[in-house]
Design a protein around this ligand. Structure first.
Ligand SMILES: O=C(O)CCC(=O)C(=O)O
Ligand SMILES: [Fe+2]
Length: 335
């Protein structure tokens, strides 16, 4: 049977050797069928999540000039502030639409070592310095701690992925030990004016990297996933849980055995639009920039040859992110 709705999986048992295999199997089934799961038993402290939610809210409530002072420095850098309408996620799939009805603030790796791997030309935009709104108390501390907690949780999930794919539990270890993940909080403001035709809170897209961990807020106008029957289904809002989905690189690693599922954030119904502010915490886990993603040994056969040419994590991310920020126009080199 193929799952058509997003399953809820308690991953607490994965911390014991006896429980690990059953959790890995359930996770693998979700990744294969619908590409999304909701996890409970993840061990991330509620107080940490609340600190990030609070500091993010304080940031988005700042006057526009204070927010734009921390604007994303370049179109290929996932850092700083991006205003409502500044990005279009559907452009990552070359689909045109008016800009998404969201604003965001993004950070990347914390405490980056001052060595050539991280700061030399090969690192491109992936270890660019973070921007911090110094006027918001506890912002830098809570976001840094959250980035680390998400990095650990992602590593746990990648071990479960390894097990469920019949690989060594540490197969992905040396491909994610210098990961170029991004953490962004998205604020979807209440809608006081009707959206333009085709405009959404976040246009339909698949995520780019290995996996994404999202803390959603149960508000009108939320996250929907496109299942294998071609229906858009709502992601269940489970208190204290995280939504997890796999991204394109995991789909390419598994030669399409796992699904990087199309998803979107819809507009609220008109009668709730004025009271529909929604905030989500999104951690995009992205392997080391030089990790070469190519079909895993167990995922191809004479009947199922490798579908994708090998690609590095860094090149794949940069090309997708630039489409999202330039509405498909591409980067003007040297700008
Ligand atoms: O806000 C959400 O629930 C999800 C946003 C999303 O899919 C993304 O930013 O990639
Ligand atoms: Fe997404």
């Amino acid at each position: 049977m193929t799952l058509m709705a997003v399953p809820v999986i308690d991953i607490a048992a994965a911390s014991s050797p006896e429980g690990r295999l059953a959790v890995a199997r359930a996770v693998g089934e979700a990744c294969r069928d619908i590409g999304f799961l909701v996890i409970t038993g993840h061990g991330v402290p509620k107080t940490l999540i609340e600190r990030v939610e609070r500091t993010a809210r304080d940031f988005f409530e700042l006057p526009t000039a204070e927010k734009t002072a921390l604007k994303r420095p370049r179109e290929d850098q996932v850092r700083g502030y991006s205003a409502v309408g500044d990005e279009g996620l559907s452009y990552s799939l070359d689909e045109k639409a008016p800009g998404d009805l969201k604003e965001s603030f993004s950070i990347g790796p914390i405490d980056v070592p001052d060595t050539a791997y991280f700061t030399g030309p090969a690192a491109g935009p992936h270890f660019a310095p973070n921007l911090w709104p110094g006027q918001i108390p506890d912002f830098r501390e809570s976001w840094s701690a959250y980035f680390e907690a998400m990095s650990e949780l992602a590593a746990t999930l990648m071990r479960l992925f390894g097990i469920s794919l019949g690989l060594d539990a540490d197969f992905f270890g040396d491909k994610i030990d210098r990961h170029i993940s991004m953490f962004r909080v998205l604020n979807y403001p209440a809608q006081t004016e009707p959206p333009l035709p085709g405009q959404m809170r976040a246009g339909a897209h698949s995520d780019y990297g290995s996996l994404t961990i999202v803390k959603i807020e149960d508000r009108p106008g939320g996250l929907q996933v496109f299942n294998k029957e071609g229906e858009w289904v709502d992601v269940p809002a489970v208190p204290d849980a995280f939504v997890v989905n796999i991204g394109d690189l995991m789909m390419q690693w598994t030669n399409d055995l796992w699904t990087s599922t199309l998803h979107r954030v819809v507009n609220p119904p008109v009668d709730r639009a004025g009271d529909s502010r929604r905030q989500s915490l999104v951690f995009f886990h992205q392997p080391n920039y030089d990790a070469l993603v190519e079909c895993l040994p167990g995922c191809r056969s004479p009947d199922r040859p490798a579908k994708y040419p090998p690609v590095t994590s860094g090149d794949h991310l940069r090309s997708k992110f630039v489409k999202q920020t330039t509405f498909g126009a591409g980067l003007v080199e040297g700008a």
